[in-house]
Design a protein around this ligand. Structure first.
Ligand code: ACO
Length: 302
């Protein structure tokens, strides 16, 4: 890693300079000594190289970042030219230094995850905004990582939206994207535990909305064919959303859609359409950026 031969200190870093933003960091972490002694860490949004001095940073921004046409390394696998967002797939084995810097960046805002340097078993999905003026410049928004080979259902190992982009729906967009990949792999997915507090509220919010939208769509489709939804199962919803069945159960509970049979104690799915519509309407009012599966150009790695 950048500066791997140095001692690592619990850092004094209080702020992150990223683009033209000075961002308060949330947690301290062991950056190499020469960086950890400074209060501000300067990071290039394209190559994620970190620097301790402003002169070096501004010189780097002005001329020496030849990293790859102002975008993350790896392959662009999703591009929405209208909403101006793109996802990049970055292999931890091929872009070790970039992925290590990404993990360190996440640690500034995340207390629990311990991954810094062992990035090779992971693939990283980086979300970027396409610059308004220059369509070949991509601004780093956030990312999630995913283990390449795993026997569990985990489809996200670690997820981060940079604080300057938070509460704009980008976290939900990345979560939605992670489930889209799982569906393309014909798998169920769930995030790796433990979740941070922010991870938990974001996922719970996503699960509820994703299941509400799925139930509404199913209801309308069945109705248009003059059929009732009597045969709907938990597995159907899990397959349609890519969500692990236990997470679907959580969402159904939130939507007041689980009915316990008094005699047998077994559960049935019962749609409370008013609640479902209210949840969907509240979410749509946010007008957050939506995923369009048709823009995904991707096949599972293995
Ligand atoms: N307070 C309350 N609710 C929140 C908050 C918050 N700070 N952040 C997200 N939510 C909930 C809300 O319901 C929100 O909807 P709303 O804005 O309509 O109220 C919903 O989640 C969606 O929020 P997004 O804008 O889509 O999420 P965001 O882009 O802010 O990213 C994330 C969420 C990734 C968790 C971000 O907060 C973050 O990077 N945190 C630091 C790192 C972290 O904790 N990552 C998760 C670790 S767990 C894991 O990696 C598997």
């Amino acid at each position: 890693p950048q500066g791997a031969s140095h001692y690592y200190l619990r850092s004094q870093i209080e702020k992150l300079q990223f683009r033209e933003y000075l961002i308060d960091t949330w947690y301290s972490l062991p950056y190499p000594e020469e960086y950890a002694r400074h209060k501000v860490l300067y990071t290039c949004e394209f190559c994620l190289k970190y620097m301790s001095l402003p002169q070096g940073f501004f010189r780097h921004q002005a001329k020496s970042c030849n990293f790859g046409n102002n975008h993350p390394p790896g392959v662009e696998i999703y591009r929405d030219p209208v909403l101006r967002i793109a996802f990049w797939e970055v292999d931890g084995r091929k872009n070790i230094e970039y992925c290590q810097s990404l993990c360190l960046l996440a640690k500034l805002f995340l207390n629990s995850k311990t991954l810094y340097y062992d990035v090779e078993p992971f693939v990283f999905y980086v979300l970027t905004e396409i610059d308004e003026q220059d369509s070949s410049t991509y601004h780093f928004v956030g990312y999630f990582s995913k283990e390449k080979l795993n026997n569990s259902d985990y489809n996200v190992s670690c997820i981060l939206t940079l604080p300057i982009y938070q509460r704009k729906g980008y976290g939900s967009l990345m979560i939605d994207f992670s489930y889209l990949l799982s569906r393309r792999e014909f798998k169920y997915g769930t995030p790796e535990k433990p979740l941070s507090d922010l991870g938990l509220v974001s996922y719970r919010n996503y699960w509820k909305i994703a299941v509400a939208q799925t139930l509404r769509r199913l209801h309308d489709d069945f109705l248009s064919h003059g059929m009732a939804l009597a045969s709907l199962t938990l597995e159907n919803i899990a397959q349609l959303t890519g969500m692990k069945p236990s997470d679907v159960v959580f969402a159904l509970e939130q939507l007041d859609a689980l009915l316990k049979h008094k005699q047998t104690g077994s559960y049935a799915i019962s749609l409370n359409l008013d609640l479902i519509d209210a949840v969907i309407a509240k979410w749509e009012l946010r007008n957050y950026v939506q995923l369009n599966p048709e823009h995904l150009l991707w096949k599972p790695l293995i």
